[in-house]
Design a protein around this ligand. Structure first.
Ligand SMILES: NC(=O)c1ccc[n+]([C@@H]2O[C@H](COP(=O)([O-])OP(=O)(O)OC[C@H]3O[C@@H](n4cnc5c(N)ncnc54)[C@H](OP(=O)(O)O)[C@@H]3O)[C@@H](O)[C@H]2O)c1
Length: 260
């Protein structure tokens, strides 16, 4: 029986916020397991981390949309003598457009990745997270605070992520497991291109770097925060739905998404 080593499992580590989170965790001395579909990008990231003198990451090139993906991750970890101390559920995507016009199968695949996979990986390793006094960092969005006409399914998946993570935060506290929902506003990543949002939609001053969002998410989770919303502009946006009538909120978000 090999030694069991604690690791941080990060999904969606081949780009954007996930890659930035991998850098932050690695630079704080965590050994990593990196998951996404694109092997070359994961290997480049693992090389860059190892070149900084950090532990070599395990790379798992895997489509999380496959029904056996989470089982395969668990099997790989067990076979490599690794057990999760932290799970970072970051992989996700959005689609811009009216729900009735967008491809239905793609929207179901979004629910599958953003919700089903995140839930599975949040629940699968709890004993191991408790043993290592670790935690779960779930990447939601500022979209989680409001309904989102023009990106209806995406906003709803993120509302699920925040609601689920907040409840899990409460449930797992007695076990010593931290659970945090990270709720960024617009971030400079491949997300917008994948979602079909034009590059210039958000003014530059509203965009944050993935590195900054990752640092705030890491620090917030380590401090045991339930929800982390990076930036005062996003904190204000997150407050709006509790101040405005629901109908007005729907019109504002719907109008903003039509401008995209
Ligand atoms: N960017 C923003 O403005 C923003 C704002 C708020 C919240 N978020 C959230 O932040 C998270 C990360 O997004 P990002 O902005 O960093 O976007 P990104 O640059 O597009 O990265 C998405 C990551 O998810 C992975 N991924 C997508 N589908 C996958 C699948 N089927 N199997 C395995 N991995 C998959 C991608 O890797 P592969 O393509 O290699 O599989 C990539 O590593 C998402 O949950 C997103 O909803 C983003």
């Amino acid at each position: 029986m090999p030694d069991i080593k604690p690791v941080t499992l990060i999904t969606g580590a081949s780009a954007g916020i996930g890659a930035a989170l991998a850098d932050v965790f690695a630079d704080h001395g965590h050994e990593l397991v990196l998951v996404a579909r694109r092997a070359p990008q994961l290997k480049l990231l693992a090389d860059a981390i190892a070149d900084r003198g950090r532990a070599r990451s395990l790379v798992l090139a895997l489509d999380l949309g496959r029904s056996d993906a989470t089982l395969r991750i668990a099997d790989e970890l067990r076979d490599s003598g690794l057990s999760p101390q932290f799970v970072v559920n970051n992989a996700g995507f959005g689609l811009l457009g009216q729900a009735a016009s967008l491809d239905r199968a793609e929207q179901i695949a979004m629910i599958d990745l953003n919700v089903r996979v995140l839930t599975d990986l949040s629940l699968r390793f709890i004993d191991s997270l408790a043993r290592h006094r670790g935690g779960i960092l779930n990447v939601a969005s500022v979209a989680s605070f409001m309904p989102g006409p023009g990106m209806a399914v995406y906003y709803a998946t993120k509302a699920y992520v925040r609601s689920f993570s907040e409840a899990l935060h409460h449930e797992l506290k007695p076990k010593g497991v931290r659970v945090t929902a990270l709720c960024p506003g617009p971030v400079e990543t491949e997300f917008m291109a994948r979602a079909g949002v034009p590059d210039d939609h958000f003014p530059r001053f509203l965009m944050r770097s993935a590195a900054r969002v990752a640092r705030e998410g890491y620090d917030g989770m380590m401090r045991g925060k339930r929800v982390v919303v990076p930036g005062s502009d996003n904190k204000a946006a997150a407050l709006l739905p509790s101040l405005l009538p629901r109908g007005l909120m729907l019109s504002i978000v719907g109008r903003l998404s039509k401008m995209r």
